[in-house]
Write a protein that binds this ligand. Structure first.
Ligand SMILES: [Zn+2]
Length: 305
């Protein structure tokens, strides 16, 4: 089930930092997008795996944007109690993925969950070097969100199973320790790609990396590999930042990749009740065969969000 966290505007020159200026201008005009306000959505994923309830990413939390950080209220509207969530998987520690982990006074929002992250991602977020690079308020944010889960945290060192049918794959470039999550159910497969693609324009222009991609070259390599495999294998993709619910297929035709929304749905209004959540994957899970994403090469000199 995809659960909306809301939508907020980003500047095009940050979201598409790698784009040649004239090409970006032309693309924005074609899509009627304002350069300062490209709408970016967020949708987390809730998976029922046997008896377990698993949440992948938590969105931005209530403090950073008036129009995002709606995960907890949308879970509630669906009748889902955060206390019933058994596992929270964090694909990386950018603020828009870890923001709902705690309430005020560092109280855990998912009090009975254990947490799963990539070890390299955790170490990156906790490192002195990273902390020296970012604004003090961001350090405080990381501490407020991440330190309270430390005792319940399971760190992954390599690609592998989280629970039967749910696998994590390292997909670094966007951030050290950034991962994708594959969910298999009978003969269906869904790949939660997190921030490997940030906008549908990334299908048309895979090389347009964002300022948020810490290692742009690596991020683009992972993105191209994903596009190739998703188009060849035809599995369902969940793109966290695409228009809600972020579910669709990557198709290849006429020498280009294109996004085909799940169910062929037209893009509807962002905050209507119908767009609050969408049930897409439910059932018991099975292992899968997707392996060997490009290996990490970490650079620490790029921008941090
Ligand atoms: Zn993100």
């Amino acid at each position: 089930m995809a659960i909306s966290d809301g939508t907020y505007p980003l500047a095009a020159d940050r979201l598409f930092a790698g784009a040649p200026e004239h090409e970006l201008k032309e693309a924005l005009q074609r899509l009627s997008l304002k350069p300062d306000e490209v709408p970016v959505s967020e949708a987390c994923l809730l998976v029922y795996a046997g008896d377990l309830v698993i949440l992948v990413d938590t969105g931005m939390g209530p403090d950073l944007s008036p129009t995002a950080g709606k995960l907890l209220q949308n879970l509630k509207a669906e009748g889902i109690d955060p206390a019933d969530i058994d596992i929270v998987v964090l694909t990386h520690c950018h603020s828009d993925h870890i923001g709902a982990l705690t309430h005020a006074e560092s109280k855990l929002a998912f009090p009975n969950a254990r947490y799963v992250m990539w070890e390299e991602g955790w170490e990156f977020c906790m490192s002195k070097e990273t902390r020296a690079e970012i604004q003090p308020d961001r350090v405080e944010f990381l501490d407020r969100k991440l330190l309270p889960i430390r005792d319940r945290l399971e760190l992954l060192e390599e690609d592998g199973e989280i629970v039967p049918g749910i696998h994590a794959f390292g997909a670094v470039g966007h951030q050290p320790g950034h991962m994708m999550v594959e969910i298999s159910s009978e003969n269906e497969k869904l790949l939660y790609i997190s921030d490997t693609l940030l906008h549908p324009l990334n299908l048309e222009f895979p090389d347009w990396y964002a300022v948020y991609d810490r290692d742009p070259e690596q991020a683009v390599a992972v993105r191209r590999e994903l596009l190739k495999r998703a188009a060849a294998e035809g599995f369902l993709v969940h793109a966290f930042h695409f228009h809600f619910p972020g579910l669709g297929y990557i198709r290849r035709g006429g020498g280009a990749w294109r996004w085909e929304p799940f169910g062929g749905a037209a893009q509807g209004p962002i905050h209507s009740p119908a767009n609050r959540s969408l049930r897409a994957v439910r059932g018991t899970c099975r292992a899968s065969d997707l392996r060997h994403w490009p290996q990490p090469s970490i650079r620490r000199d790029q921008a941090w969000r």
